[in-house]
Ligand binder design. Structure first.
Ligand SMILES: [Zn+2]
Length: 229
């Protein structure tokens, strides 16, 4: 892959050809949407929305995860970008996009296997382990490939609940000022399913969230007990 040639072509073919457009965005950005998606190279916001530079503020990470506000492992990288987009840029839409054949979600199903080889990834994606455990508990007879698809969808919708733990998001959503939705992009068909915060998965997400809170309380108790020991 000749990257040098690609950036030269950008300057000659794209930038010079659309100079007037680039002049309109050189001082400021006014994105209408914050798009939180997986790092997967096939999930491309500009392509999906047929958008131009300056329209979409993006956060990309493995398995499109948003850390919950109340949990002890803070990840300011993700939350700082959300804070900036919601408070300063005033985006109208906040979209979390999951996708088919997600390597991150598949790895959540085999977390133990990755702990040694990919310790940072394993730690990051373990934030969604309660969703995977819930699927095993609720659908013990489901085929593994279907469990992974369900995890990819539930994981995207779960992030809406995670986002709502932040007051600056919650306030704008409850005021009807911020459109909060999860997408599931099927790369094999080009179809995008759209889920609102209040969706067919709402009851499941409530159960997962209460399991998760319980798990963290038990972990915190165990940690403090070990500390005393
Ligand atoms: Zn992915």
């Amino acid at each position: 892959m000749d990257l040098k040639r690609r950036i030269e072509e950008f300057k000659e073919m794209e930038y010079e050809f659309n100079k007037d457009f680039y002049a309109t965005i050189k001082e400021q950005q006014h994105p209408h949407t914050l798009f939180i998606a997986c790092s997967d190279s096939r999930v491309d916001a500009e392509t999906l929305f047929q958008a131009h530079a300056g329209e979409i503020f993006q956060i990309r990470n493995v398995a499109n995860i948003v850390p919950r506000e109340e949990e002890p492992d803070t990840h300011p990288s993700v939350v700082s970008a959300i804070e900036y987009a919601v408070i300063v840029l005033g985006v109208e839409n906040l979209i979390v996009c999951g996708h088919s054949n997600c390597g991150g979600c598949a790895a959540i199903r085999n977390l133990e296997k990755y702990k040694e080889k990919l310790p940072y990834t394993a730690e990051w994606i373990s934030q969604s382990i309660t969703i995977s455990d819930y699927i095993d508990y609720r659908y013990p007879d489901m085929k593994e490939e279907d469990k992974i698809i369900m995890l990819e969808k539930l994981n995207a919708v779960q992030q809406l609940d995670n986002l709502m733990t932040y007051e600056f998001v919650r306030k704008r959503v409850e005021a009807g000022d911020l459109n909060l939705q999860a997408y599931y992009y099927n790369i094999g068909t080009g179809t995008i399913s759209v889920y609102d915060y209040d969706s067919v998965f709402s009851d499941m997400i409530k159960e997962i969230t209460s399991n998760r809170k319980l798990m963290y309380e038990l972990k915190t108790q165990a940690d403090s007990f070990n500390h005393i020991e």
